[in-house]
Design a protein around this ligand. Structure first.
Ligand code: OGA
Ligand code: NI
Length: 345
């Protein structure tokens, strides 16, 4: 089915017809290729050869000025991207009572189905249904995963391992781009975890479109989030005060800077505010891999990032403290980090 037109507002078209660039990317002042006026498009293949240091600079600019990027040549095969999407679609097309066997309201569950909900205070419906689960180390969790659809464990394992591999390569590059020492990088990457989510956004009745979101504006409480969207638009990022749709590119991932990376980088990188809108014609799916540190990881910025020009903003705190505080505060965005500011002490 064709992507729903209604979700792309005309005033967000970045490159007017007739401009020299009928291509959908444009080069910005840092030499980054910008996709439809939204996020830089980065070739991860560049990390594996003579272009490594240039690619690291591109990644650093992308995180600093855009809060994320689109990622091609990430090493996850086209077949696997197709397989995980089909498996997710099959799962969400199972009868409700089959899916609901995995329902849990407890956010600490090792696997749980979360359903859409009405926020009575704001009078909006948040329609995402998601299956969320821990995925690293995989042998610890795979036996908790569903066996319906029958491809689930094999395909989801394969995808999570491949996504994790790409994440580690990427994180090493991002940390290197910040100027972090090897010791600090290892401290964060040792024993870090992976939490994944299959996201399903059902179509929405036309008359309810104004009061329905797939997800409301938020930042992710992660180091980075790696998102595989299907071909249906819906993801929007806040850019210069406007919500701008990020049009999916086939076989290309979307990477967001999360709050943890904002904290670790002493605000050099800023986490990306994003939301999902729905449409009345086409369901939408996405697969998210959330990369987070182990509970006892110290999340204050490493000392090598601090100097007279970059005074320390955050004190030392563990990921566990961050996470516990987050659930108490129930804030949707990086304001969660304010509790850990030196000035808040
Ligand atoms: C998320 C998220 C966006 C999407 O899972 O945190 O923002 O497009 N997902 O599904
Ligand atoms: Ni998100």
């Amino acid at each position: 089915m064709a992507p729903a037109k209604a979700v792309v507002a005309d005033d967000h078209v970045a490159f007017p017809a007739g401009s020299k660039d009928t291509a959908l990317t444009k080069i910005d002042m840092y030499g980054l290729e910008i996709w439809e006026g939204t996020l830089p498009l980065i070739d991860m293949g560049g990390l594996h050869g003579p272009r490594r240091s240039d690619t690291i600079k591109q990644l650093a600019h992308a995180c600093q000025h855009y809060g994320g990027f689109m990622l091609k040549n990430h090493g996850i095969s086209e077949k696997l991207l197709g397989d995980i999407m089909s498996t997710a679609r099959e799962f969400f097309h199972l009868p409700e009572e089959e899916r609901m066997k995995l329902y849990s309201p407890d956010p600490t569950s090792l696997i749980r189905l979360a359903t859409g909900f009405k926020d009575d205070k704001q009078n909006v419906f948040v329609s995402r249904e998601s299956l969320k689960f821990h995925a690293h180390p995989i042998e610890k969790y795979v036996n908790l995963w569903p066996t319906n659809p029958s491809s689930y464990r094999e395909v989801v394992s394969e995808y999570c391992v491949a996504a994790k591999r790409a994440e580690i390569t990427l994180l090493e590059a991002l940390f290197e781009g910040l100027g972090m020492e090897r010791k600090s990088i290892d401290q964060i990457l040792d024993n870090h975890g992976q939490y994944a989510s299959l996201n399903y956004y059902p179509t929405c009745d036309k008359s309810n479109l104004g009061l329905t979101f797939g997800l409301r504006g938020h930042t992710d409480p992660t180091i980075i989030t790696m998102l595989l969207p299907d071909e249906v638009p819906g993801l929007e990022i806040l850019k210069d005060g406007d919500w701008v749709p990020v049009k999916p590119i086939p076989n290309t991932l979307i990477v967001h800077v999360g709050d943890v990376l904002q904290g670790l980088s002493n605000c050099r990188y800023e986490s990306l505010l994003h939301r999902v809108i729905v449409n009345s014609e086409t369901e939408r799916l996405s697969i998210a891999s959330y990369c987070y540190p182990s509970n006892d990881t110290q999340m204050g910025p490493p000392k090598e990032l601090i100097d007279d020009d970059n005074p320390l903003i955050y004190k030392d705190y563990t990921y566990e403290e961050f996470y516990t505080t987050m659930w108490k505060q129930r804030l949707p965005d990086a304001a969660r980090l304010n509790a850990f500011k030196i000035s808040a002490a």
